[in-house]
Design a binder for this molecule. Structure first.
Ligand code: GLY
Length: 562
């Protein structure tokens, strides 16, 4: 359908470095827009909008479709966060993050020597938190949608029941994860044909998942959290050393929270509050950067990049110390979000020198995988949804619950299993994020909505573990400071620093040789190699009545709209 609209496939040159040329997919229109990691899922959302559904209807349909067509991160067995802008300008945040099961305990991933057992923390059924996605989506639909549950689940159900043709991207992901799937018969049955991974061009049918979706369509949340699906999850837990029970499942509830809100150069920025660290860190960094004229200093200049790194270093240090589930620990969000705190925190900023991370507050280089996914939706009435959802690592713990088609998350690794010891993303944490029964693990997911004078301006978010927050920061800065349109704002190369390890990572083209040399001379560490993708920020920018949706060129995906 894209050909009916003003579709541009255009070359985007990174503004000042001129070193990178990227192909971004952009779609413009005024009627409604969905940008996601899957063209099939975006198309589902578009159809719902064109049937008269609002942004919530389209977002819920897109999220269920992603569980079918993008199973490495789209999910029924995981959790996420939703940010919703209503027509009247109010912004709501819904937390459907997984929770630690009732039998979880602080030291559950420590071995006899007191070290974190990484295999247990990411590959076992104990690594799964109680899933929140299904409850969250249905709750959002009931409260703010207009279509029936059956109508918004029907497209996902059809894609699972009738199948869809696998592209290179998905077939490649299945092949890359074969070893993990091979440890579990039910996973092998879903992702391979007799042990051979499906190939691009194959029709992929997921009958068990279709049956689960049918139950949810018929019975609502009870179709997942009670009855045969819940019983199958609990039975598999019992068989394989897991701890989640049917009580854990039936008692799961999503939580509506006050979004974090801040201002940046006359714009209102809304994002996800704890148990995500994303919104707090994003606003902290914006507050630290606001006194400096980044627009004048320029995208990619030594001064701008130095400022960004120093803001990132300080905000990520606070993450480790202060952030956790606000239902369990006292998170000093108001203090962290104040402009005065940002001023104090940045008082030791030296425009000529890098700060040593050790002086601010230990770690390893985190590997990146295509875990987590973000999509953005805007409808013709000005309602918008930013949703980031995940199984944590790619395909979670790669364990499919027999008979359900449901892949389980390994989100328990987002807790701090041992103080000051890095998790999968190299992130360290302390007591605020220690494991406790019923607690939500700290996240970096940062679904974000920016408004100007009550009008929608920007809907964004990203996957990428610890890098998520910095990706969102840079999309926001590119639009608000550097005056970029949606396409260039998303395509422009990114940098990342997370306090520890004290290293700057950057994408090819983010830094010219001259800027990299200058940063090294100032004492910044890392900066040795570039070239890998940071984030996948499927974004919609609104300019007047015009919507511009962008599927991040770092991966395949799609924008659909009208
Ligand atoms: N599992 C990645 C995150 O929530 O930040």
């Amino acid at each position: 359908m894209k050909s009916r609209f003003l579709l541009t496939l255009s070359l985007v040159a990174a503004a000042l470095t001129g070193a990178v040329t990227t192909l971004a997919e952009t779609l413009r229109g005024e009627g409604g827009m969905v940008a996601s990691r899957s063209d099939l899922a975006s198309e589902v959302g578009r159809q719902i909008l064109q049937q008269g559904g609002n942004a919530i209807d389209a977002a819920v349909a897109t999220a269920f479709a992603l569980a079918v067509v993008y199973p490495s991160a789209g999910n029924l067995g995981g959790g996420g966060f939703l940010l919703i802008a209503l027509e009247d300008g109010r912004v709501l945040a819904q937390d459907n993050r997984e929770k630690a099961p009732g039998a979880a305990h602080r030291d559950m991933f420590l071995d006899a020597k007191g070290d974190v057992d990484r295999n247990l923390a990411v590959n076992s059924l104990q690594s799964s938190g109680v899933p929140g996605t299904v409850a969250g989506l249905l709750d959002a639909l009931e409260l703010h949608g207009t279509l029936t549950r059956q109508a918004v689940i029907a497209p996902a159900l059809r894609l699972a029941r009738e199948g869809f043709v696998l592209n290179d991207d998905l077939a490649g992901q299945f092949a890359d994860n074969l070893e993990g799937f091979s440890r579990h018969e039910a996973s092998l049955a879903v992702f391979t044909r007799g042990g051979e991974p499906y190939k691009a061009g194959d029709l992929w049918i997921q009958t068990d998942l279709a049956d689960t979706l049918q139950r949810i369509s018929d019975e609502g949340r009870d179709g997942f959290y009670k009855g045969p699906v819940a019983a199958a999850i609990a039975a598999e837990m019992q068989r394989n050393n897991g701890i989640m029970t049917t009580d854990d499942l039936s008692s799961y509830q999503p939580v509506w929270r006050e979004p974090v809100h801040g201002t940046y150069r006359g714009h209102d920025v809304y994002s996800m509050p704890p148990p995500s660290s994303g919104g707090v860190l994003l606003l902290q960094m914006l507050n630290m950067l606001e006194p400096y004229e980044l627009g004048r200093l320029g995208y990619g200049s030594t001064a701008t990049v130095h400022l960004m790194i120093e803001a990132q270093r300080r905000a990520y240090a606070d993450r480790a110390e202060y952030l956790g589930d606000p239902d369990f620990v006292d998170v000093p969000a108001q203090q962290l979000l104040s402009k005065e705190y940002a001023r104090q925190r940045f008082a030791d900023f030296d425009p000529a020198r890098a700060t040593d991370s050790a002086s601010i507050g230990a770690g390893s280089w985190p590997e990146e995988s295509p875990q987590t996914t973000h999509f953005s939706v805007v409808d013709g009435q000005g309602m918008a949804v930013a949703m980031t959802t995940t199984l944590n690592r790619s395909f979670g713990n790669r364990i499919v619950i027999p008979g359900t088609g449901v892949l389980m998350n390994n989100e328990m690794d987002d807790f701090s299993s041992k103080p000051n010891t890095p998790n999968s993303y190299g992130l360290i944490g302390r007591d605020a994020n220690e494991i406790a029964p019923g607690k939500r693990m700290l996240s970096s997911m940062t679904p974000t909505i920016v408004m100007k004078d009550g009008e929608l301006r920007l809907v964004t978010g990203s996957p990428g573990g610890s890098t998520i927050i910095n990706t969102v920061l840079q999309v926001v800065l590119n639009v608000l400071d550097h005056g970029m349109g949606a396409e260039q704002a998303v395509a422009s190369p990114r940098i990342h620093h997370q306090w520890l390890p004290d290293n700057v990572r950057f994408e090819t083209g983010a830094l010219s040789d001259e800027v990299a040399t200058a940063l090294r001379a100032m004492g910044h560490k890392g900066l040795n190699g570039a070239g890998f993708g940071i984030g996948d920020a499927n974004t919609i920018v609104k300019d007047g009545a015009m919507l511009e949706g962008v599927s991040d060129p770092r991966s395949v995906g799609g924008v659909a709209g009208f």
